[in-house]
Design a protein around this ligand. Sequence first.
Ligand code: NAD
Length: 487
Amino acid sequence: MKAQPIASHFIDGEYIEDTDGTVIESLYPATGEVIARLHAATPAIIEKAIAAAKRAQPEWAAISPTARGRILKRAAEIMRERNRELSELETLDTGKPIQETIIADPTSGADSFEFFGGVIAAGMNGSYIPLGGDFAYTKRVPLGVCVGIGAWNYPQQIACWKGAPALAAGNAMVFKPSENTPLGALKIAEILIEAGLPKGLFNVIQGDRNTGPLLVNHPDVAKVSLTGSVPTGRKVAAAAAGSLKHVTMELGGKSPLIVFDDADLDSAIGGAMLGNFYSTGQVCSNGTRVFVSRKVKDQFLSRLKERTEKITIGDPMDEATQLGPMVSFDQRQKVLSYIDKGKAEGATLITGGGIPNHVTGEGYYVQPTVFADVTDDMVIAREEIFGPVMCVLDFDDEAEVIARANATEFGLSAGVFTADLSRGHRVVDQLQAGTLWINTYNLCPVEIPFGGSKQSGFGRENSLAALEHYSELKTVYVGMGKVDAPY
Ligand code: NAD
């Protein structure tokens, strides 16, 4: 299987290579096979990308929002027409099953272009402020050159979630995908050109943790939007602070999902499974601490075990496969080491707990794993595992579970399952998180703001809120009379 792109980078409307850059091998996670060889961006490539973006941006910002929106909406249409091809590429890039990528990856990217293409005509309006004779008005203006840095779990979606609002608001973008998943973003860049986007406005460069800082520190960059882990977020935010750049941080989590005794248990189990096993557990907002009322714990666990053991693990390109491999060998080893810690710490292993024995070859597979009797102090309950490992914790009452749910440095997401809607609202009101769900989990349509609080980050993606993070206000005071100076 090969997925070699024309070249490593896409700058100023075309593919470009620089073989002086360190080699990045793209491996298909289901087999470990090398499917593409690319090169990390050299300083010369980075200069080229930023210069192209800087050159193209002012003219783009000057055209009408409707005209900008039309191009983005065309890109959405092309993405939908090519959904199959893009989904297969996403599966090769990440190892996620085609059953998922075909409904969740290019389609959510297309939603983003469609949404921002549609709302932009009204989304950048300013306001008129009467001052009794004098008046003022505000304009919402783009920031300039924005940098997007992606994680490996949703490469196409992340490129679109950053690219669409940035472009809609009149900015240019240089996007660096994760070194683990370098392929998808290049296709997004190609499609944008095909849709009529002027060259230089959406550029993709490859690279790793050594490349990112060259973008973040560049003086011509106005904003950095990172999707990644908390430690990376701290480094990027600190570097951006050096030159006071705008930042959006979409970081990790260890989110609580609370199941009260009156909840519809099948829905709660379904929500917990989706919130732990989708994308092989590699989802930042996953509800990995599942607090279950002690009154329904036994029922919850026995039905959860039965459903988990029926999950079809296998070839991600097979439409029947529900769980694919982890993205990389290293990530699998990390997840396995957390599973070992859970066992050593005395959590009860309900199901899973290792490598599935019917999957042969070099793929980076891990069994969907459930631990019960997990306590708050265990490492598996405190640290983000980023794999298909669900921790079930017991609780007795509402105040107790809220306090325990909040006792974490993270604050990305949280969820509550209950039949009592006033309790649902009362509880989410007290949970410290940026994105919360009642009686469902992990749904993130483009219409709603998404992002975290506490150490999980700041800024929001999606919805009109994202436009605020890719623009700033300009205020104009208009004097209507003579200037009355005392000297
Ligand atoms: P990571 O932090 O290792 O890397 C993220 C990106 O940052 C990569 O492109 C990497 O090359 C780059 N990078 C690393 N060091 C850098 C530096 N010093 N300067 C600039 N760039 C640098 O994360 P990952 O392992 O790719 O992804 C998993 C993490 O991402 C998890 O913690 C997950 O929760 C988080 N995540 C968050 C969201 C969200 O929206 N909140 C979404 C997906 C993933």
